[in-house]
Ligand binder design. Structure first.
Ligand SMILES: Cc1cc2nc3c(=O)[nH]c(=O)nc-3n(C[C@H](O)[C@H](O)[C@H](O)COP(=O)(O)OP(=O)(O)OC[C@H]3O[C@@H](n4cnc5c(N)ncnc54)[C@H](O)[C@@H]3O)c2cc1C
Length: 234
């Protein structure tokens, strides 16, 4: 059941040149499933309301975090001016981009800011040591666009059943990645046992649609094994 509450900004973290995380003190029990989203309203103005995935995991007590790609919008400008101690309105939790339960191996296909709910699910799985095998295939334009890079590296060290494959349009010298875009060949090559996994797709609607097409048409995977989250607005 979604609840509306006033939250206080606890901390702001610059994740990339155009991406910020905001950690909120919600003053009570943190109650959501990894992968869900919230709504944020700034300055009490309904025009400044956006849906944003929760990038923290329920295992990270003391705050709820969202992570926003900054654009030229009024919402992004207002967000950039937030400081620790400021208040904002949230409503949460929403969404079904969540884990089924232990036992199913999973694969995440993501691009850019679409990593936010995936970071939550991966962190939850690692912290709970669920034993689920996870492969993340994460596409970005270049190295500087990768969000939560170090965070995933730390998770991989703690949890050997997490594999991370970076796909970059513009590869960087010395950085291990696949050059180009996510396609059927990349999935076949990098995602072991792919026909038996549950796929989680998240990113801008065009990307999610393209990934869905690859999985269902090129790789003949069943729709029931694909969970999607569309970041409407990009
Ligand atoms: C479930 C969900 C989770 C999301 N999670 C994240 C996240 O974790 N991080 C993140 O950065 N973004 C996320 N988004 C996208 C976010 O809600 C904004 O749409 C996006 O950030 C663009 O907003 P803006 O203020 O930067 O740009 P704007 O200039 O306000 O938006 C760009 C364009 O998109 C349109 N638009 C804005 N919001 C919507 C909407 N909800 N539906 C349809 N059209 C819209 C605007 O009218 C405008 O034309 C999520 C969206 C959804 C639906």
């Amino acid at each position: 059941m979604a609840q509306e509450l006033t939250a206080r900004v606890k901390e702001i973290i610059q994740r990339a040149y155009n991406v910020k995380s905001v950690r909120l003190d919600i003053g009570g029990k943190i109650d959501f499933k990894a992968g869900q989203f919230l709504s944020v309203t700034l300055a009490g103005d309904p025009v400044l309301k956006r849906y944003l995935s929760i990038s923290s995991s329920p295992t990270e007590q003391g705050y709820v975090e969202f992570t926003k790609k900054l654009t030229n919008s009024d919402f992004s400008k207002a967000l950039s001016q937030l400081n620790p101690g400021d208040s904002l309105k949230i409503e949460y939790p929403f969404g079904k981009f969540t884990l089924d339960g232990p036992g199913t191996d999973i694969a995440f296909l993501s691009g850019g800011i679409g990593i936010t709910p995936i970071r939550s699910i991966a962190k939850y799985t690692v912290d709970k040591n669920l034993g689920t095998d996870m492969v993340l295939v994460y596409a970005n334009h270049s190295l500087k666009d990768i969000i939560f890079k170090e965070d995933f590296e730390v998770m991989q060290k703690a949890y050997p059943k997490l594999k991370v494959v970076h796909v970059l349009g513009k590869p960087a010298a010395g950085f291990q990645c696949i050059s180009g875009r996510i396609n059927a060949q990349v999935i076949k090559q990098e995602v072991g046992n792919y026909p038996r996994r549950k796929f989680y797709l998240c990113g801008p609607p065009q990307m999610v649609e393209a990934m869905n097409k690859i999985l269902t048409e090129d790789l003949n995977l069943a729709k029931e094994n694909i969970v999607t989250e569309n970041f409407q607005g990009y």
